[in-house]
Design a protein around this ligand. Structure first.
Ligand code: GAP
Length: 439
């Protein structure tokens, strides 16, 4: 662990996530299930914000990328063509005593890490989650839950090219669930069996692939910085030859310094023409692009920025988490970028037993609601209400007080500086929109 740059304590993050409703253990009332998590009211907003800014920046704001939403279930041959049936495996060892299973590369001295028992020889274990299509559970009906969203894009390359009439270079973007039977899900939501990916497959002319790879690595790195991750907590790591996936010519990982160490947020690979050629071979269809400049058919190379929504959410959470002392008391605050904050503004009446204040506060909340995620709360004292909103990262709190009845103005308190300003009620919406940067 890099001592200079200590991140938040992981236990504090996990506890905050549960206490405030960001993340719950899946099927908790049944004792939980490994490798799957449920996002609560604030977590779901955080994830939605990450996905929508990604989509806005990668699809809406660009002329060269279009979207797709392919099925999770695909033809079983997709996974043979992609190389996943053959190669998407981890070497595993079993303990002969306690029967627990471990990744061979996670075992240090050849003995069981749990009980010290003797281990079996490593066996290859496929990480895809198997399922059956239709009522008969036999080999003919076997398929897999997709372990990456990418393949849905490759098999639709010709369809999308046809309808979009894009010229190279162009990309197809997709956000969706992926599933992997990870042997050792760990580190909270970091490594799970069910997760969401945000992937772009960017098709380029062969020969221009290396240049595009570099551009995407820089673009994607800067994206995390733009939405608040500290630059010194991010780094790029190039995959060594023996670490490269079977399809990749080169891969860079964008890593974040989590409390458990440097770990991958997003991988950006040069997948060459491997995938399109494989699907052409297995499907018997021609998959290529007609290059009008040269009058020839080419199979594009693919640059793939592939990020995890859950990992981005965890990274933004960890980075936003701050503990500080305010008037000798601990204040926990999530300093989210305004666009990521689950709730943009919370409105409180100073006194909940004064119906005129409650009515004014509720009216103001109702006026703001169509424009931004707004919360009304009167279930505690003002001090506690502020603290609750700090803990979920709400950039602005508005208090309606007795004076508001006279001057038709309210107090807006800013999360990070805790500064308060008095603003006339008719100007509140515009003031907030401006301060939130148009969010
Ligand atoms: N299509 C390429 C691909 O899937 P990957 O590096 O295996 O590449 C891409 O996955 C991203 O998906 C990772 O950078 C990570 O953010 C996310 N991811 C992968 N496995 C995950 C897991 N078990 N739990 C959570 N996120 C995961």
């Amino acid at each position: 662990m890099d001592e200079e740059k200590k991140t938040a304590d992981m236990e504090a993050i996990v506890s905050l996530c549960k206490r405030r409703g960001f993340v719950f253990q899946s099927s908790e009332i049944y004792g939980g299930v490994g490798g799957s998590w449920d996002y609560g009211p604030f977590g779901v907003e955080l994830k939605r914000n990450i996905k929508s800014i990604w989509w806005r920046d990668m699809v809406q704001h660009r002329d060269d990328i279009v979207g797709l939403d392919a099925g999770i279930l695909m033809h079983p041959q997709v996974w043979e063509a992609s190389g996943h049936v053959e190669g998407f495996t981890d070497p595993l060892v079993d303990c002969r005593s306690c029967k627990k299973r471990f990744r061979a590369d996670h075992v240090k001295d050849g003995r069981c890490p749990e009980c010290g028992g003797e281990l079996t020889e490593p066996r290859m274990f496929n990480l895809m989650l198997k399922t059956f299509l239709g009522p008969v559970e036999d080999d003919a009906a076997t398929t897999y839950l997709r372990p990456e969203t990418a393949q849905g894009i490759f098999v639709n390359f010709a369809n999308v090219l046809d309808v979009s009439r894009k010229k190279l270079p162009f990309g197809i973007a997709q956000i969706g669930k992926a599933f992997r039977n990870e042997i050792t899900p760990r580190n909270f939501t970091f490594r799970t069996r069910e997760f969401e990916q945000m992937e772009i497959e960017y098709f380029v002319k062969p020969g221009t692939d290396e240049e595009w790879h570099e551009r995407w690595v820089t673009d994607r790195f800067e994206w995390y910085v733009r939405y608040g991750m500290r630059r010194e907590f991010l780094r790029l790591r190039q995959h060594e030859g023996d670490e490269l996936a079977h399809y990749a010519k080169a891969t860079y990982d964008i890593e974040y310094l989590f409390p458990f160490g440097w770990a991958e947020l997003e991988g950006i690979s040069n997948r060459t023409d491997f995938d399109l050629r494989q699907h052409a071979l297995f499907s018997g269809r021609e998959i290529s692009y007609f290059d009008e400049d040269t009058g020839t058919h080419v199979v594009p190379y693919i640059i793939e920025p592939s990020g995890g929504v859950d990992r981005a959410a965890l990274g933004f959470l960890v980075d936003a988490y701050h503990e500080e002392k305010v008037r000798k008391r601990k204040r926990v605050v999530l300093r989210f970028h305004p666009e990521l904050a689950p709730i943009k503004v919370a409105v409180f009446p100073l006194l909940r037993n004064r119906p005129e204040l409650v009515a004014l506060a509720k009216d103001l909340a109702a006026e703001l609601r169509p424009h931004m995620m707004t919360m009304y709360d009167d279930t505690a004292s003002i001090g506690r209400l502020y603290r609750r909103q700090d803990e979920v990262g709400t950039p602005f709190c508005i208090t309606v007080d007795v004076e508001s009845l006279e001057d038709n103005a309210v107090t807006i308190r800013e999360r990070d500086s805790m500064e308060q300003i008095r603003v006339p009620i008719p100007e509140v919406r515009q003031t907030l929109v401006k301060k939130l940067g148009g969010a």
